[in-house]
Design a protein around this ligand. Structure first.
Ligand SMILES: [Zn+2]
Ligand SMILES: [Zn+2]
Length: 304
């Protein structure tokens, strides 16, 4: 089944509207990070502040108490919140909506451990109401169940909300690049696109999911890899400070130049991190007066 030309939030709003008109309530779960004032404003604009209860971990105990009572007394008809909002004391539930259902934050790692999606499934069943899982990139389990079982119905939004075009995506096989004699970490296509951007004085953002310079250090002769003493995972080479670092516990070690196992000097650095990419970009696109390379690392630990 395909839905009309709406964004998913508009679909949620209309479903909630429908529940309210039938004198029922609604729970909307969103990942904590998406619970922004702008996001709430869209719901408030449609339904009014009085009807909305908000629950998330950033509330003070007093605020949480107020919101909880507002819900329990039945004043709040629409509960919006992070995963724990699934436990809101609502009555007469008409729908549960889980936005960005693939998001890992719906599973609580702290005690008591629970999966808000599983809890939602149970509560929806108890209340005989629908559960809507929304995502542009669904969880593989959800998606598989939706296409194979009758328990989940797959509803597709086939057009973008603002009718904008989808960006063009190119997938480039770096093995093929290598076979064609391109030993750079940038594919020919990427190089050309960056160059075009620079000519037009446009910016480029490069994403790479590895920090540091090289992702692991190995002895060519015996295969020894340098690992963290605490975590037993490969240490990452960071060119700043010339250190090997553990990305789990922060353990640091000096550079290894001689293999501790076989005393070979053939220690090599493998894999690619953001620092190596930076170096490559500086080499391939040297700074000149027409443009300037600017780097900003967007890492959890800044500039590491
Ligand atoms: Zn060795
Ligand atoms: Zn470690």
């Amino acid at each position: 089944m395909e839905l009309l030309d709406l964004g998913k939030t508009e679909v949620y709003l209309q479903l909630i509207q429908n529940a309210i008109e039938n004198e029922k309530t609604a729970i909307v779960l969103v990942p904590e990070i998406s619970l922004t004032p702008q996001m709430l404003e869209r719901f408030i604009a449609r339904f009014g502040k009085e009807k909305i209860g908000v629950l998330h971990s950033k509330l003070s105990i007093g605020e949480r108490h107020d919101e909880w009572n507002k819900i329990r007394e039945g004043k709040a008809k629409i509960i919006i919140g992070a995963r724990s909002a699934i436990f809101a004391p609502v009555e007469n539930l008409g729908i549960i909506i889980i936005d960005e259902e693939h998001d890992s934050s719906y599973k609580s790692e702290a005690n008591p451990k629970y999966d808000a999606k599983q809890v939602a499934k149970y509560i929806a069943k108890q209340n005989n109401c629908p559960l809507l899982l929304g995502s542009a990139t669904p969880d593989i389990n959800t998606y598989y169940n939706a296409i194979t079982s009758k328990k989940i119905e797959l509803l597709k939004l086939t057009k973008r909300a603002n009718k904008s075009n989808l960006p063009e995506v190119m997938l480039i096989d770096l093995k093929q690049e290598l076979a064609n004699g391109n030993r750079s970490m940038l594919s020919k296509e990427l190089y050309t696109q960056i160059q075009n951007n620079l000519k037009q004085k446009r910016q480029t953002i490069l994403f790479l999911n590895r920090r540091g310079y090289s992702t692991f250090v190995m002895c060519r002769d015996c295969g020894y890899t340098v690992k963290c003493k605490n975590c037993n995972i490969s240490l990452t080479y960071h060119s700043y400070g010339n250190k090997l670092k553990c990305h789990y516990c922060g353990y640091e070690e000096k550079l290894v130049t001689i293999c501790p196992e076989c005393k070979s000097k053939k220690i090599r650095y493998f894999g690619t991190g953001t620092q190596k990419l930076e170096q490559e970009i500086n080499k391939v696109f040297p700074r000149n007066k027409n443009y300037k390379n600017g780097y900003r690392y967007c890492n959890k630990k800044k500039f590491s």
